[in-house]
Write a protein that binds this ligand. Structure first.
Ligand SMILES: Cc1ncc(COP(=O)(O)O)c(C=O)c1O
Length: 443
């Protein structure tokens, strides 16, 4: 293998969410990608077990997308969407509304999941005020929730490392308990049964603050970034009921569950629970061009945008909201999803996937296995005093053996492109099983 640290000057790029020193001493560089595989700089094929970062649902190197993008850059590289327009975001929003859960027919464009989350929180606050409920300013997130890295997102998010060094964050935020109990539902297949009343703790927060002070609750239907935490059966429905009862908006952060990951276009349809706002990004453009979208219930838009009003209704937006090139990438992406039936492919493969995931039961240090759709969480016991080290060593070994997995703490999270075939599942789990069985951990 070439010594990549010597071939590049890696000093200037401050890498995000990365152990910079560690990486720069032994870099892992991808240089191209096609279908289910990356190609590394040392010319090895690496199977993508993570769709990049939960983005590339239609696989890599899709010509339909790159051609749409290149044509659009030539034709109209940029045009503003503040008090001006161009056709593509209107067309894209219309196509998105067609696959969104019924009633969420308005789409606000952003450039990332983090921006989608902050946009959703701001719309919730502005809406409550617009309907005369201006005292509703509190926001409720959940422990172990990940909602990106904006100040809104880290405030409602529940990950200590993402919060602890960044000051006082938003005030007026509460957190629901997370819904993982390895003790009671370890090795469950699909959604677990065990639920000690996690959704009802929302009722306790309402009792504490009074509903008249609470604007919105935000949760990921399945929490991905903190290690695939599944909602117990019926949990999301209960959250919906409590929110409806108290006039609290329910926001689903579907940045990773959107666009077919679970077997339906959105988790909302998969679990038959319709929130008031959905945030999305990633799979929206197959990861090819940065873009996010926030789906909003029609009544929310209608309450804020009256036909008579002539002034700006929502003082919010990004220079690149509805960027023509991103919208072109998105339209081409939706075409692929439709033509290749990728919204439902995860449900077709989910049984095979589930069996493969649970074939790892009994391997050294595997303390839980979780799965739904084409998502899996494999939790390992931690090395004493070195949290995250065991899974990171597995990650490195899998990469050497030709599979890209993602780790968070000591949990491996898998989310392959939805185009994968059964033989890719076999290949991924053969590598994982081989590594987990044979690796000699540095303690
Ligand atoms: C649920 C969820 N929300 C928000 C985000 C943030 O998205 P981005 O990194 O595009 O800002 C992520 C990213 O992984 C996510 O998983």
């Amino acid at each position: 293998m070439q010594d990549l640290a010597k071939t590049h000057n890696l000093d200037a790029f401050w890498m995000p969410f990365t152990a910079n020193s560690q990486f720069k001493q032994s870099p892992r560089m991808m240089v191209s990608a096609e279908g289910m595989y990356y190609r590394t700089e040392d010319n090895r094929k690496v199977l993508d077990g993570t769709a990049g970062l939960w983005c590339c649902n239609a696989g890599h190197g899709r010509r339909e997308i790159s051609e749409a993008v290149s044509q659009q850059i030539h034709n109209l590289d940029f045009a503003p969407t503040f008090q001006m327009g161009h056709p593509l975001p209107f067309q894209f929003a219309e196509e998105l509304a067609e696959i969104a859960p019924a009633g969420l027919g308005k789409v606000f464009f952003t450039n990332s999941g983090s921006e989608s989350v902050d946009t959703a929180l701001k719309i919730a606050l502005a809406y409550q005020r617009a309907i005369g409920q201006g005292t509703r300013t509190r926001l409720i997130g959940r422990e172990r929730g990940y909602h990106g890295v904006g100040f809104g997102g880290i405030s409602v998010g529940g990950i200590v490392n993402n919060r602890k060094t960044f000051g006082s964050l938003l005030t007026g935020v509460d957190h629901l308990p997370h819904t993982l109990s390895i003790e009671h539902s370890g090795f469950s297949r699909g959604l677990p049964d065990y639920d000690p009343g996690w959704a009802e703790s929302l009722q306790n927060i309402v009792t504490l603050h009074d509903a008249s002070n609470i604007a919105a609750v935000i949760v990921e239907p399945i929490a991905g970034s903190t290690g695939v935490i599944l909602p117990p059966k019926g949990y999301l429905k209960k959250l919906r009921e409590i929110c409806t009862q108290h006039g609290i908006l329910l926001i689903f952060d579907e940045v990773i569950t959107g666009f077919g990951r679970l077997g339906s276009p959105f988790a909302a349809q998969e679990f038959d629970v319709i929130p008031d706002i959905i945030t999305s990004a990633k799979g929206l453009t197959n990861g090819a061009i940065p873009m996010g979208a926030v789906f909003v219930r029609d009544e929310i838009y209608d309450a804020m945008v009256s036909p008579e009003s002539q002034a700006i209704e929502l003082f919010h937006g990004y220079t690149y909201s509805g960027h023509p090139v991103a919208a072109a990438a998105g339209l081409a992406t939706l075409n692929i999803y439709r033509q290749e039936s990728l919204y439902t492919r995860a449900s077709e493969l989910s049984q095979y996937w589930e069996d493969a995931v649970h074939s790892l039961k009994g391997l050294p240090h595997v303390i839980d296995l979780r799965n739904y759709g084409l998502v899996a969480g494999i939790e390992l016991s931690s090395i004493a005093g070195k949290p995250g080290s065991r899974a990171f060593q597995v990650f490195q070994a899998c990469y050497e053996k030709g599979a890209l997995i993602r780790v968070t703490g000591d949990i491996i999270a898998l989310s392959p492109p939805l185009i994968l075939e059964k033989h890719h599942i076999d290949e991924l789990f053969n590598i994982l099983s081989d590594v987990l069985s044979t690796i000699e951990y540095k303690e």
